[in-house]
Each structure stands twice: as structure tokens, then as C-alpha cells.
Design a protein around this ligand. Structure first.
Ligand code: BGC
Length: 754
């Protein structure tokens, strides 16, 4: 009889187990581990890949290793039937029948895609972010997947880094709120429910600060900066009960994160109390050879001892841990601990109870691309779009009856809509801008591509892969002529331009982060027709737009909005939906400013905003210090007016609370959504503090003429930071408490902490 049946009586699961359930789990796992050979234990630590590849290596002998009990999980396989077949091999043909865990990068959707994570952060709407993560879990969990490698919570101030698209931008507080929302959305409150996924917070840690913005590059940072400015979202995910964590590729303090005991054990386990399993990133153990740590044996020993439980694709644990144990370089206790974390995770997922829990073709058929799922995708898309410019209320285009020329390489490109990381996307379900606009504006829309996305056809081929057949074979002149002709015969030009989806994401760093040149050129020529030009901007990162937007009538940043992008964009342009996104990251004025972020430190010679160059000041001779569009910025289709912030008391002690309130009025003629933002500044502290730090926000909806007063509770935890000794402290003294529309338009009040 298989062990699974024998032990079935023990199995129950949940994200947080009651004491009774926990002791049943312990008995189950003790009993199971008592039966495992050394090789079978090590086998649980092995996570090979099938299907998607994000590095040079691929896994060999996958099925044979599963049969031998030399594999704990598999990732990259999609579809309920495919997963079931492989799970059957593990359960029926391996000696102990331990089920596999099936992982996948469900980053912003499974088959149906939602806006990229950076865009979702622009919604400033954690409730909706949670709903989206849950909808993604619904689709993936029916299709065999039990584990998603999401959320990615790497704070970044590096727009050159392509993976900025996968996170929540530059702010630790916004990032923390998004991280928690995603963990809740994926995991729900019962990990063993068939429609939830195990979440995996990544990449631990500090991956978002690579030198020069080049992916995988060295990170140089001190611990105090890390604790205050980069680590909070990982901690927030741990506090929200995330069940797994992925270590990052980069080094920290001269040791790759994959072998960094301070990160993986001292901080994560001992200080934060993380109880889930830790997986390495793709071949990250092997990659430590190139980092200069040693051969694969040395790297494997270092990784396991530092705190990696599962080895993704390197096969280092399967190959060298037996020897490491024999040599005494790895303790049996450490091995058992890693095995236990993995088995506990499977137990909590309900896989011992039912290894096929997540293989449900019927549920998959009902949920994939269902109307409710697509409605969430449209709703989220509109909430993420950021209206950067709107001269003379050019938008919305509602009811104007005007002829629209739709131009640009992103206009009729449904395959580009999902954005980067769309490993399971269904190609048939992505709506293009052209299709969406034709539905809304009918035959008032005429279309011409106008140019290819890039001049460099070789690079374009690399970036578009399967889709390269869509590159237009006509000459630039022929394409431009056609576009200018329809532009001249129209009243308004809508230019759908920007990055291709694979210009952001993993391994997609760029040094020149402007709109690619052929598109900029076309944009200038469209402007020269004298017709108003509305730019619908596709991007996975902040772009430098300074020269391009000057003469445009309106700019709607749509990021990559997912499967429903085309419909959502058309409805927003028409004013049927409100673009209510606000920037989760600054858009630089110039590439030379990078890093440019709102929560900077002051220096001893600060430059007052808006002043021209001054010698001996912290400034540039040729450009302002400020970004083109600051953190938190975004317009709407109506106008909001803020009152001055007020505090319920000018003083508080460390155990006290003060309420900060601000009144907001909708001064326009339409209902609209606004994100009310709260910032603080610690004026004098034992260590220097940023000039502003986001500490609260609320997204509200106001009818025309309506006023709402939004209140935030200010307490010591909001005013605390990690001091030089890494203690989390609230130091007495004066604080500025600020509220307003974005990081640059705030009113302020003084609060004294006794
Ligand atoms: C990425 C991870 C991803 C993994 C598996 C790696 O290259 O850094 O974010 O989860 O591949 O696809």
C-alpha cells in the first residue's frame, strides 16, 4: 500500500494551522521522514524545469528522477492533463509516492493577463490587486499549478533595469501594500482550497538595485539602507503569511544572496520568523561559480548551509549533498530542516490528501477567459492607466464625432498587449487597440502602422521571437506616407507607441530609455501635421519623455494592460472609464538623473526645487533635479482641490495616536477617482532620513462638487525607522506630516513626538 493512503488520516491543511492541525502535520511528516532514504530526502530539494527556460541550462532526466524519488517539484508544465500525467508518475511509480509541487511564473495572470505588476501598483488599489491575484489563482490552480513565483517585490530606482516592470516601483510602503495584497489574493485564507496558490515572494534580496541597471549585476548597499528602503516589502509579505520565498541572483555585501546566511537565516528565519520554504532562483547555485565562489560542490554546500531549501535547475543538491553529509560539511539536521519545510508546504497545499487537487479540466474550462475574469482585467486596466498630460481636456474623446487616425506599431499588435512574463497566455484572447477602438468609435477610426517598432531589425527579431513575422516589410518612407495621409484626413491622431513587451522584464535592460527612434520620428511628423496628437504610451518602465511630449495634446500611459488592453484603452479614451492610475515610480527628466526618486536624502547643500543652476549646490548645470513626472502623479478626467492638512493634536507621545485629515473636493463636472497620499518627514534623527516618505494612501471616488475628508492615523510605528544598530525606533522630536495629490503637491503640518 502506498504511504499516501496509509497516512491519509493525518492530512489536513490551511495557510495558518491551528495548534491541533500543526501537531497532526508534525506526526505525519515525522512518520514520512522516518521512511525516507538519504537520497529521497535530497530528492525533495530538487526543482527541475520543463517548458519555459530563463537561462542557458535545462533539466535532464526529469521523468526518470521523478520515478526514483529524486525530485520535489517541477515547474514550467501547464495544463491540468499534463500536470496530472506527471503527478501520476510521482505518486504511483516512486517508492514513497510523495506528490510533486508544480510551480509556474503566474506573474500577472495565467491565460488571461492583467496589467503588468508595475501597472497594478499604479492603481494604488490593494483591494483590486488582491482580486486580480485571486482571479489569476483561479485560472492557474484549475490548470495543475499549485505554486506561483510571485509577488516580485524588489524596490527599484533603476528604470534602465527591465525587471522594474515586475515590481511595484520605487517606494517601500506602496510596495509593501502591494506585496500583501498579492499574497492574500493568491493564498486566500486556506492554502488547501483547490482555487488558491502558494505564493513565493522574490527576489530576496535587493535585486532591484543592480549597478548600472544591468540585470543580474552587483548590488552595493549598506544594511541600514537595505532595512529602511528595500527590505520592507519582503517583510510585509512574510508578515502576510507568504508560504515560500525565492533568493535573488545578485550579491549583497560580497556574498551572492543564494549563499548569504545573514539574509536567508539570520534575518529571514531568526529575526522575521519565516516558516515557509526557500527556493533558489533559476540556476543561481551554478551561477555562483561565475561569481567566483567555487565549483558546484562548494556552491551547493554554501547554499544549503546559508538557508536555501530547494535548488531550482542547478542539480547541485542532487549531485553533491550526499558527499557534503559524508564529509560533515552539511549537517543532517540542516538537511532534515530543508526537507521538512518542503514537505510541510505540500501538506498545507493539501497535496498529500489529493495530489490531483489542482488538476481540474472542468473547472479550467469554466474559469479560463470567463466573462467575470475578463471584466476584472478591464477594470484593473483602467485603474492602472496614468493620464500624464491632457491639454485643454483633449481627453476623453467622447461624443465628438470626430475622425480618428490610429497610428503606430502598437496599435494592431494583440500579441504585445499582455506585457512581459506571460508564459501561459492564450494568444487568441488578446484584444488590440485597433479592435477595441473600432468597437467603440466604429468607422470613425482609420489605421496605419506608420513605422516598425525599432530600426534595428536584428534586435526586433530577438525581442519578438515567434511574432517577428509581423515586422512590416515596406520601406520606412512607404509606411510613413500612409500614416501621414490618414492623419491629414482626420481630426485627431491617436499614436499607439512605445516599447515592445520584451523591452522590459528579465534580461531586458536598456541604456537609452526613450521611445525607440523610428517612433519618435513619426511622432514628430504627426505633430507637424497640426492635428492634435494623443499618445497612448506602452511601456514596462519609466521612460524619458521630456522632448517627445512637449507638443502633444494628451499622453495616456497604459503600460502593458493585459489581455483586455484594447477594450480598456478604447473605453478610457472614450470616457466610459476613468484613467485613475498614479505613478508608482518617477519618470526622469533626463537619463543622467538616474537614480531619481522622491524619497531621496537631502545632502548638506540641498537645491530648492525649481531654481536654476547654482554653483556649490546639489544640482546640475544643464537640467533640473526634479523628474519630469514625480512619484504619485497622474491626472484624471476631473479636477480635485485639496484643503490644508490638519492634525487632531500638535503633539503626541510614543504610545499615542494623532489623526491627520485632509479635505478633497471634486471641482469638475464628472465623477472621478483620486488617490489621497500621506507622507512624513523626520526632521532631525540619529541617522539622516529621506525628505519625504509615503506612509498612507486612500483611493476615493467623488461625485461632481462632492467633498470628502480623508483621515489617517499617525502612530509611532509610522514614524519609526531602523537606526544605525538596526533597531526599529521612533525617536522623539519634530516631524512634518504631509498630504496631497502627489509627492510634489502637498500641504504640511508639524507634529512633535515627546
Ligand atoms: C527569474 C525568476 C523566475 C525563474 C523561473 C528566473 O530567471 O529570475 O523570477 O521565477 O526564472 O522562471
Amino acid at each position: 500500500m502506498k504511504l499516501r493512503n496509509f497516512l491519509l488520516a493525518f492530512a489536513t491543511a490551511g495557510a495558518v494551522l491551528t495548534a491541533g492541525a500543526e501537531s497532526r502535520m508534525d506526526s505525519f511528516i515525522n512518520s514520512l521522514m522516518g521512511k525516507m532514504t538519504l537520497e529521497e530526502k535530497i530528492g525533495q530539494l530538487n526543482l527541475p524545469v520543463s517548458g519555459i527556460l530563463t537561462g542557458d541550462a535545462r533539466s535532464n532526466n526529469v521523468i526518470e528522477n521523478i520515478r526514483k524519488g529524486r525530485t520535489g517539484g517541477l515547474f514550467g508544465v501547464t495544463g491540468a492533463e499534463n500536470v496530472r500525467k506527471i503527478q501520476e508518475i510521482a505518486v504511483k511509480e516512486s517508492r514513497l509516492g510523495i506528490p510533486l509541487i508544480f510551480g509556474l511564473d503566474v506573474i500577472h495572470g495565467y491565460e488571461t493577463h492583467y496589467p503588468i505588476p508595475l501597472a497594478q501598483a499604479a492603481s494604488w488599489n490593494p483591494v483590486l490587486v488582491e482580486k486580480v491575484a485571486h482571479a489569476a489563482a483561479e485560472e492557474a490552480s484549475a490548470s495543475g499549478i499549485s505554486w506561483t513565483f510571485s509577488p516580485m517585490v524588489d524596490v527599484t530606482r533603476e528604470p534602465r533595469w527591465g525587471r522594474v516592470a515586475e515590481g511595484a516601483g520605487e517606494d517601500p510602503y506602496l510596495g509593501s501594500r502591494m506585496a500583501q495584497a498579492m499574497v492574500r489574493g493568491y493564498q486566500g485564507n486556506n492554502l488547501a482550497a483547490p482555487n488558491t496558490l502558494l505564493a513565493c515572494v522574490k527576489h530576496f534580496a535587493l535585486y532591484g538595485a543592480p549597478e548600472g541597471g544591468r540585470d543580474y549585476n552587483t548590488v552595493i548597499m549598506d544594511r541600514q539602507t537595505a532595512m529602511n528602503e528595500y527590505l520592507p516589502p519582503y517583510k510585509a509579505a512574510v508578515d502576510a503569511g507568504v508560504g515560500s520565498l525565492m533568493a535573488s541572483f545578485n550579491e549583497f555585501e560580497g556574498i551572492p544572496a543564494t549563499a548569504n546566511k545573514w539574509l536567508l537565516t539570520d534575518l529571514l528565519r531568526d529575526r522575521w520568523g519565516f516558516k515557509g520554504m526557500v527556493v533558489s532562483d533559476y540556476t543561481a547555485i551554478t551561477e555562483m561559480i561565475a561569481h567566483g565562489i567555487g565549483d558546484l560542490e562548494e556552491c551547493s554546500v554554501r547554499a544549503l548551509n546559508a538557508g536555501i531549501d530547494m535548488d531550482m535547475v542547478s542539480e547541485g543538491f542532487n549531485t553533491y549533498v550526499v558527499k557534503g553529509i559524508a564529509d560533515g560539511r552539511i549537517s543532517m539536521q540542516r538537511l532534515d530542516q530543508a526537507v521538512r519545510y518542503i514537505l510541510e508546504t505540500k501538506y498545507k497545499l493539501g497535496l498529500f490528501d489529493n495530489p490531483y487537487l489542482y488538476c481540474d479540466p472542468k473547472r479550467a474550462a469554466a474559469v479560463l477567459h470567463s466573462e467575470p475574469v475578463r471584466a476584472i482585467a478591464r477594470e484593473m486596466a483602467a485603474e492602472t492607466m496614468v493620464l500624464l498630460k491632457n491639454e485643454g481636456n483633449m481627453l476623453p474623446l467622447a461624443g465628438s464625432g470626430k475622425r480618428i487616425a490610429l497610428v503606430g506599431p502598437l496599435a494592431d499588435a494583440p500579441w504585445e498587449m499582455p506585457g512581459c512574463w506571460n508564459v501561459a497566455t492564450s494568444k487568441a484572447h488578446n484584444v488590440s487597440v485597433l479592435e477595441g477602438m473600432q468597437k467603440v468609435f466604429g468607422d470613425r477610426v482609420s489605421y496605419a502602422k506608420g513605422c516598425n517598432a525599432l530600426c534595428d531589425s536584428v534586435l526586433e527579431r530577438k525581442l519578438t521571437g515567434d511574432y517577428n513575422s509581423h515586422r512590416d516589410g515596406r520601406t520606412c518612407d512607404q509606411m510613413r506616407k500612409e500614416a501621414l495621409e490618414i492623419a491629414r484626413n482626420s481630426d485627431i491622431i491617436v499614436a499607439a507607441m512605445g516599447e515592445l513587451m520584451n523591452m522590459s522584464g528579465e534580461g531586458a535592460s536598456r541604456a537609452d530609455i526613450r521611445i525607440p527612434e523610428p517612433q519618435r520620428k513619426l511622432l514628430r511628423e504627426l505633430v507637424a501635421t497640426g492635428k492634435p496628437v494623443v499618445l497612448v504610451l506602452f511601456t514596462g518602465r519609466p521612460l524619458v519623455l521630456t522632448e517627445d511630449v512637449r507638443d502633444l495634446a494628451a499622453v495616456l500611459n497604459v503600460w502593458f494592460a493585459g489581455s483586455e488592453a484594447g477594450d480598456a484603452i478604447a473605453e478610457v479614451l472614450a470616457g466610459k472609464m476613468e484613467p485613475s492610475g498614479r505613478l508608482p515610480i518617477s519618470f526622469p527628466y533626463h537619463i543622467g538623473q538616474i537614480p531619481v526618486h522622491y524619497n531621496q536624502k537631502n545632502s548638506g547643500r540641498p537645491m530648492p526645487p525649481g531654481r536654476p543652476y547654482q554653483k556649490y549646490r546639489n544640482s546640475y548645470q544643464d537640467i533640473p533635479n526634479e523628474p519630469l513626472y514625480p512619484f504619485g502623479y497622474g491626472l484624471g478626467y476631473t479636477r480635485f482641490e485639496y484643503g490644508k492638512i490638519s492634525l487632531s493634536a500638535p503633539e503626541m507621545d510614543k504610545t499615542g495616536k494623532v489623526t491627520a485629515s485632509v479635505a478633497v473636493t471634486n471641482k469638475g463636472k464628472r465623477a472621478g477617482k483620486e488617490v489621497v497620499q500621506l507622507y512624513i518627514r523626520d526632521i532631525y534623527a540619529s541617522s539622516t532620513r529621506p525628505v519625504k516618505e509615503l506612509k498612507g494612501f486612500e483611493k476615493i471616488e467623488l461625485a461632481p462638487g462632492e467633498t470628502k475628508t480623508v483621515s489617517f492615523t499617525v502612530d509611532a510605528s509610522m514614524l519609526s525607522f531602523y537606526n544605525h544598530d538596526l533597531e526599529f525606533v521612533c525617536e522623539p522630536g519634530d516631524f512634518e506630516i504631509m498630504a496631497g495629490h502627489d509627492s510634489n503637491s502637498l500641504s504640511s503640518a508639524k507634529l512633535t513626538v515627546k
